[in-house]
Design a binder for this molecule. Structure first.
Ligand SMILES: [Zn+2]
Length: 396
């Protein structure tokens, strides 16, 4: 390895203790004291490593190492420092600390680097008050005015701060993000490194079936307009169809019945249908199929309203090649694969070349205190990131 695995793992573990609650998991949402303490920890490590550190108008942290050619834009590498409530230690911080370790390694060993290298610790990736990938969307200039003033003041932000956080795309050569996979793909195949080719798009629809609430004892079965029965038959048909496809995934994670009593035939069923795919056209095709099944239900009135539509993102082929070359150099097996979760690389891909590296998640578990990646896999991922940064520096 070119990095110092022991130093990297020690720092990652130390960062993982900030906000950690035994038995509960990580308590480190953005805009809280534990988050600020974690960011301070990383800022101090950046300064120790000889990087110039700054915090922008929304709370993103950047540490910069100059390259040999000041006329070149910077290679960015990082991830986020906030965590979901009850989450683990590695979702986010892994990518930030690995990028820092890459910068330390390059500086200490005086490895040739033409572009500046900026280590990025984005804030608010996990959602909450300001919505997901908040810090990287602000940096990418993707947040739309007017900003919600009341929400901003609750988290100590200002509209001017958001506007000032917008980065200059001309100063950015590319963005790398090392992340835990958060799924079982790599572990099942015993492959240590995944190279995502794209990040799936997400669409969500609010679906409603409206029948008639009635007495559950006296209403004859054939006369019922049972929203629950209609919804369950619809979803059975839908999932039978989705089983024939492998180019998208879907989920119904929220479902409610009204009025919701044991002796009342449900008059209304509401649920959220989520569809994710690497191709926008496939998300739309699946939604159209769902709509056609929905509209076949004759005993109830139906509606299906889009509530979220985030397009899929292609990750940059040159950076995928750079990661693959880094794996070959280190003699580490790798595989190209999709990313089923969204990341800071998603907004970053809108303004620059973006590439990702995945390491295995034990049992595919994430957003849980049980989240685990072995020290060997963590260090290997950080080493590949450092090598990929150097490879991209030569190719860009
Ligand atoms: Zn993450």
């Amino acid at each position: 390895m070119i990095i110092s695995a022991d130093r990297f793992l020690a720092d990652l573990e130390a960062l993982g203790r900030i906000g950690w609650v035994d038995g509960e998991g990580m308590d480190r949402p953005a805009f809280t004291p534990s988050y600020d303490a974690a960011r301070k920890f990383v800022e101090d490590r950046m300064k120790d490593a000889g990087l110039s550190a700054k915090i922008d108008g929304v709370g993103n942290l950047f540490g910069r190492l100059e390259g040999s050619d000041p006329s070149l834009p910077a290679i960015y590498a990082g991830s986020h420092l906030d965590a979901v409530p009850g989450g683990g230690k590695y979702d986010g911080p892994l990518g930030v600390m690995a990028a820092l370790e890459a910068a330390r390694t390059i500086r200490e060993k005086a490895l040739p680097l033409r572009h500046p290298l900026v280590v990025a610790g984005f804030t608010g990736e996990e959602g909450g008050e300001m919505g997901g990938t908040f810090g990287s969307r602000a940096f990418a200039g993707l947040l739309q005015e007017p900003f919600p003033a009341e929400k901003l003041s609750r988290v100590g932000l200002t509209a001017d701060g958001i506007l000032s956080a917008k980065g200059d795309p001309g100063g950015i050569a590319c963005y790398f993000e090392l992340h835990i996979e958060q799924g079982p793909y790599l572990e099942r195949r015993s492959i240590p490194i995944g190279i995502p080719t794209g990040i799936v798009g997400i669409s969500r629809y609010a679906v409603r079936l409206e029948g008639e609430a009635n007495h559950a004892g006296t209403t004859p079965m054939k006369e019922r307009k049972d929203a629950m029965r209609e919804a369950s038959e619809l979803l059975s048909e839908w999932f039978a169809w989705t089983d024939t496809r492998d180019d998208f995934v879907c989920n119904v994670g929220v479902f409610s019945l009204h009025p919701g009593a044991d002796a009342i035939v449900p008059g209304r069923a509401d649920f959220l249908l989520e569809i994710r795919s690497l191709r926008d056209s496939i998300m739309d095709e699946a939604a159209a199929q769902f709509r056609s099944l929905l509209e076949k239900r004759k005993k109830v009135s139906v509606s299906m309203e889009p509530v979220v539509w985030k397009g899929a993102v292609d990750l940059d082929p040159l950076l995928q090649d750079a990661v693959e070359a880094a794996c070959r150099e280190a003699d580490v097996p790798s595989v190209r694969m999709p990313s089923g979760a969204s990341h800071d690389a998603n907004p970053m891909a809108r303004i620059t070349r973006a590439g990702m590296i995945f390491v295995p998640s034990a049992g595919g578990i994430s957003h849980s205190k049980e989240e685990y990646t072995s020290p060997e896999d963590l260090a290997r991922g950080a080493d590949i990131l450092a090598r990929a940064i150097l490879e991209a520096d030569r190719r860009l």
